[in-house]
Design a protein around this ligand. Structure first.
Ligand SMILES: NC(=O)c1ccc[n+]([C@@H]2O[C@H](COP(=O)([O-])OP(=O)(O)OC[C@H]3O[C@@H](n4cnc5c(N)ncnc54)[C@H](OP(=O)(O)O)[C@@H]3O)[C@@H](O)[C@H]2O)c1
Length: 264
């Protein structure tokens, strides 16, 4: 793979997929900028990387969109350029739509959708000036299908597909690639941190998440998909991938399947 001396900015790098990706890319000699809210965890991630001197920490809160211009400029200044932005930070949901306060719906959209889009827009002039760049977005298999207890989470991830598929077409002539990574279940803290209907976090590890792909294995597959500039990669178990194809070709069968399946 060709990440040697590539400057890669990863959001959501304090745990789970982002943390494992930072470690994987550092072992492939990338120059990294890692972001999330929790600075202490980011410092621990940096220490786990192959060469901590090549890893810079820039705290970022995905709901604070007005801070993005200044933060992006700082990120560009670290190594003089950014080659790849990995929009990975996000939050999930575990609540019925009828029991979810509208403030919680808005928060999930602000973090997962608007935060990702706003950060991407601040870096785009840099990529356009350089006539190259790659935008990676961690969406979800739930960005392609809807499943119970995740109505707004699924909406936020579907919205990312709509936005970034359009953006890919607009950016083609600028030599800027867009890669959508769609994870199935990955064994991270995502379900612990998932919001319930009143906005508190679930604080429970779901069985399916616990049994998911390890973040380390996921990060290796994600790095391959980024390297080959895939437009869309499903990195998931057999059942999750099957769901995507059944939904596409037999939507009514999928409707019956999804309401009967256990999805926690
Ligand atoms: N694990 C799965 O099964 C799975 C499946 C499909 C998609 N995904 C997607 O994969 C991505 C990574 O999730 P994960 O599984 O690695 O879960 P995770 O361990 O909970 O990590 C989530 C990351 O997002 C960051 N984050 C959350 N809210 C944020 C905010 N308001 N501002 C800035 N950063 C924020 C967290 O950092 P701080 O708390 O330090 O800010 C953390 O680094 C997410 O986009 C998620 O939707 C995961």
């Amino acid at each position: 793979m060709s990440f040697h001396n590539k400057v890669i900015w990863i959001t959501g790098a304090s745990s789970g997929i982002g943390k494992a990706l930072a470690q994987e890319l550092s072992y492939q000699n990338a120059l990294l900028i890692i972001s999330a809210r929790d600075k202490n965890s980011l410092e621990m991630v940096r220490e786990l990387c192959k060469n901590p001197k090549n890893v810079w920490i820039i705290p970022l809160h995905l709901e604070k969109h007005s801070t993005f211009s200044e933060i992006t400029q700082r990120a560009i200044n670290v190594f003089g350029r950014i080659d790849i932005l990995v929009n990975n930070g996000g939050i999930s949901q575990r609540s019925l739509a009828t029991e979810t306060q509208i403030s919680v719906d808005k928060k999930i959209m602000e973090i997962n959708y608007t935060g990702t889009v706003a950060l991407t827009k601040t870096i785009l002039p840099h990529f356009i000036d350089n006539q190259k760049g790659q935008i990676v977005v961690t969406t979800s298999i739930v960005g392609l299908i809807g499943s119970p207890l995740r109505s707004t989470y699924a909406a936020s991830k579907h919205a990312l597909h709509g936005f970034f598929d359009s953006l890919r077409a607009e950016l083609h002539d600028y030599n800027i690639a867009v890669t959508l990574i769609c994870p199935g279940f990955v064994s991270t803290n995502i379900s612990m941190n998932a919001l319930t209907g009143d906005g508190t976090s679930q604080q429970k590890m779901d069985v399916a998440t616990a049994n998911g792909i390890s973040p380390e294995r996921f990060a290796k597959l994600m790095a391959k998909a980024i390297d080959s500039k895939k437009e869309e990669a499903y990195i998931a178990g057999f059942k999750e991938k099957l769901g995507v194809y059944v939904k596409r070709w037999f939507p009514r069968v999928f409707s019956v399947m999804i309401r009967k399946l256990s999805v926690t």
